[in-house]
Design a protein around this ligand. Structure first.
Ligand SMILES: Cc1cc2nc3c(=O)[nH]c(=O)nc-3n(C[C@H](O)[C@H](O)[C@H](O)COP(=O)(O)OP(=O)(O)OC[C@H]3O[C@@H](n4cnc5c(N)ncnc54)[C@H](O)[C@@H]3O)c2cc1C
Ligand code: SF4
Length: 438
């Protein structure tokens, strides 16, 4: 073969090889950056079920990275020095697609890490806890994802329906706590079984799904809802899924008590029923089903005026704040991200208030963006400040000991959440702490 012909054949091969090597390098650099950012922001602990990768088995094929349904939105898995790594632990929501995709069985799905234990309640196969009459379904029991939550909510109802002592007219048969996917399915199941039941939800319909970012791609699998039949979704958006559930609520006449939080559950002296205390009521019931998920209850400021409808605990849609004076409270990533996405809306005046002298808990990229907006005069940053009172058209803030009053039409509090473990322990439900085990 002539040297010219050889070069003609070899050049494309070399070109493809160089492109491949460069592309791998770029992806590896992005993964290293993501891992470093997670460490800098102390976001190194996955919230729930997540992959533990055995580096001695991993062949670095990227199948897990490609299979992860969350990877399109933010880094979750990456390949560093030829091995898969969980580079964005806090972005992992436990789909488990990585485990199924791995050709060499290098992935195990586990709860917690060596450093940080995760409390999982002990639940029997029929969803009953160690306290007879109290049941748990959905993500709280360790099984995340929408389809699993729906299936468990329905199945838990089948078990509850077999309890002795139902149908006593002096009490409810069941109180369902939480109206996420598990609570919706269970509430429909209770309706179908004609139980005397009440569903109590501290926030709004849809649970964690209602708090997904706008337009989030939701990956799920079909699941069976009582009364309604098969929920056919595989790939959809947050909005479409919520619209579907709202339609189900309307068509079936499902009755959910919103903006009511359960604060305690106590067994009554008869040993066969419970008193469920909420922020608005007290219910006597034969059984309780906890479908409260694992995200917890947003931490409140505990200041006068906080009950106002202009106060929210998660930003859903920055556009709704166009042209308004908005206060964001908190110093973590969610506070900083909320503040800069609102600052990007035309005509908004955004103030961020944080009690500490620096945003040490947030990712550098979010800190930089806030610093840029502050320098450009598009955001007020009040460090060492505490909100004192939320009034109709203003907020009173203590800034480093000095009182400040700001005009205000909206308050977003991003002060973290109170996890459900404490509540479970108070009720007497046994929990097991898992340190990187299945
Ligand atoms: C960012 C993100 C993306 C995700 N993407 C997907 C996805 O694409 N596909 C997928 O299948 N899963 C996804 N998930 C996981 C999925 O959202 C959860 O697994 C699922 O919502 C769990 O359902 P649940 O009903 O068990 O609990 P939740 O949906 O968490 O609902 C619990 C409800 O209980 C209420 N509650 C809590 N405490 C109390 C109380 N004391 N009193 C009254 N009410 C209370 C809460 O307000 C909440 O509404 C994602 C999760 C996150 C965080
Ligand atoms: S799929 Fe398995 S072998 Fe391939 S990179 Fe991921 S963990 Fe490693």
């Amino acid at each position: 073969m002539s040297p010219l012909l050889l070069a003609l054949y070899l050049l494309p091969v070399i070109g493809i090889f160089v492109w491949y090597v460069n592309s791998r390098r770029r992806k590896e650099s992005a993964s290293i950056r993501a891992a470093e950012e997670a460490i800098a922001a102390s976001m190194t602990e996955p919230p729930s079920l997540h992959p533990a990768i055995d580096p001695t088995k991993c062949i670095g094929c990227r199948s897990c990275v490609a299979a992860c349904p969350e990877q399109y939105a933010h880094p979750v898995l990456g390949i560093i020095r030829g091995k898969a790594r969980l580079v964005g632990p806090s972005n992992c929501i436990g789909h488990g697609a990585c485990k199924s995709a791995c050709p060499v069985d290098a992935i195990e799905l586990v709860f917690g890490t060596e450093k940080r234990g995760v409390d999982i309640p002990v639940v029997k196969p029929d969803f009953e806890t160690n306290i007879p009459g109290i049941f748990i379904a959905g993500e709280l029991g360790g099984m995340g994802l929408i389809r699993n939550a729906v299936e468990q909510g329905r199945q838990a109802l089948d078990s509850i329906n077999k309890l002795k002592g139902l149908g006593n007219p002096k009490q409810l048969d069941l109180v369902i706590v939480g109206a996420g996917p598990a609570g919706i399915a269970a509430s429909l199941g209770a309706m179908d079984a004609k139980l005397r039941s009440v569903t109590v939800e501290q926030d709004s319909l849809g649970g964690t799904v209602a708090h997904f970012p706008r337009g989030k791609l939701v990956m799920t699998r079909p699941a069976m809802l009582p009364i309604v039949g098969k929920m056919q979704f595989t790939e959809t958006s947050k909005e479409k899924l919520l619209e579907y559930w709202q339609g189900v609520e309307r068509q079936t006449g499902l009755n959910i008590n919103y903006k009511e939080r359960v604060t305690g559950i106590a067994r009554r002296p008869d040993g066969q029923s419970f008193e469920v205390k909420t922020t608005k009521n007290a219910y006597v019931t034969r059984a309780v089903l906890l479908t409260i998920g694992r995200r917890g209850t947003p931490r409140q400021l505990g200041v006068p005026g906080e009950k106002s409808s202009k106060v929210v605990y998660r930003l859903i849609d920055p556009e709704q704040y166009r042209g308004q004076h908005v206060l964001v409270v908190g110093g973590g990533d969610s506070a900083l991200e909320a503040a800069h996405s609102i600052a990007e809306q035309p005509g908004t005046t955004v103030t961020i208030s944080y009690r500490s002298p620096a945003f040490t808990r947030a990712k550098p990229k979010n800190r930089d963006k806030v610093a840029q907006l502050a320098t450009a005069g598009r955001m007020n940053v009040l460090m060492k400040s505490n909100v004192r009172e939320i009034r109709k058209d203003s907020v009173a803030i203590d800034v480093d000991g000095k009182p400040v009053i700001l005009p205000n039409q909206g308050v977003i509090v991003c002060a973290g959440g109170i996890l459900p473990t404490g509540f479970l322990k108070e009720v007497g439900i046994e929990v097991e702490t898992k340190y990187g085990t299945a």
